[in-house]
Design a binder for this molecule. Sequence first.
Ligand SMILES: CC(C)[C@H](C(=O)O)[C@@H](O)C(=O)O
Ligand code: SF4
Length: 477
Amino acid sequence: MGSTLYNKVFDLHTVRDYGDGRAQLFVGLHLVHEATSPQAFAMLRERGLSVAMRERNVATADHVIPTDTIARPFLDQLGEDMLAQLETNTQDFGLRFFSPTGGEYGIVHVIGPEQGLTQPGMTIACGDSHTSTHGAFGAVALGIGTSQVRDVLATQTVTMNRLKVRRIQIDGELASGVTAKDVILHVIHELGVVGGVGYAYEFAGTVIESMSMDERMTVCNMAVEGGARCGYVNPDETTFAYLKGRPAAPAGEAWDRAVAWWRSIASDADAAYDDVVVMDGGAIRPMVTWGINPGQAVPVDDELPDPESVSRDVADSYAEAYAYMGMKPGTKLGDYPIDVAFIGSCTNGRLSDFVEVSEALKRSGARVSPGVRALAVPGSNAVREELVRLGVDKVLEEAGFEFRLAGCSMCLAMNTDKLVGRELAASSSNRNFKGRQGSPTGRTMIMSPLAVAAAAVNGSVCDPATVFGPAPVASAS
Ligand SMILES: CC(C)[C@H](C(=O)O)[C@@H](O)C(=O)O
Ligand code: SF4
């Protein structure tokens, strides 16, 4: 019986097996950001420790970066302090820092892949739950807490439980206009927000295999929203083509050796899984969340679910969600006008996300509805520069979007981009928790970037096809 990528990578990186399901794992790449690292560095200082393997640690600033100007000092004092600390810490401990002034900065889960730092077969850790994103390359990528950030800095290892592996096989072909975001919202809706607890999710099947790397990253990014600590896709030609020529990717003879090794760590055809779930990709429709966790989602034109039709526990969570969102069972999301449209985040702030939206806007000549504030926030400065080179910034601005500087922006609002009061947002991010976008009463609906753009134009949620027409065959996303 063969093995899975997860178990192969776990075994190959085990430095010590505690014999109780836990192992001390070598961490190939540690990504550091300003929000979860200050205390970890402070703990190193307290104990007089240095960073064990500096070259395997890379830092960036993303959560607190303003998206209107990065002139210092930032207006937001907390953000200014956090960035200043990261500057001092990376300098004192000798770590590479993709700084806002250096031009290579961006959301940690966007720049790792962009730089070619994220590679198949690696163990990757970061003090951030959406580290699962990097699994799109066939890495075992784990979100860790601040005390583990300290451990990795000091030892380049981290203690982890071995997870079970669930293969989520999505067969068939997506219908026109259905995106990677809809796929993962569908998976979470089907399996639940805690359904993946204790598991690594292996995403497979023809739908996943035919996705671009940007799309695979969208899927793996939200594995953690389904409860799985990590999600991954077995590396293939799409993975290799993406990595080739990236700054940190192997080159020359080392490239060929790397590709051979990357192929070898993919799950074997006869691998044993702890669980297998098969889904029909053709049945997936554009999905939008209506509630306060990412599993509370419906196909875009469906009526909101009836609490009477579900179990008592679920009905209670529905009641809480309906009260918070100010929505009613039996209505449709299109009945509720939106105030804000946000395209960005580590889920959907990549080049193809904005290109797809700009093509749809150009094709239709559609404009943002008056009264809707629409933000387009690239996931990294490199994405931003490429969008400017392609003229996408102009298309977005002419349609009524604010085209802003790179960062996490309104995904979590640890900066000046925030909802106000009870504003309702259509958002391409990954979390719709209460107060998530900066206002304690603000409301978030998660959807694909295309659906956000359609909602911005329409003034309320709708099937993107009604605004933009059917998606052209070549522009899959
Ligand atoms: C700030 C950080 C710890 C957090 C995370 O872990 O995901 C953030 O990125 C988020 O998206 O909520
Ligand atoms: S974009 Fe959002 S989800 Fe991603 S790291 Fe930033 S705050 Fe977290």
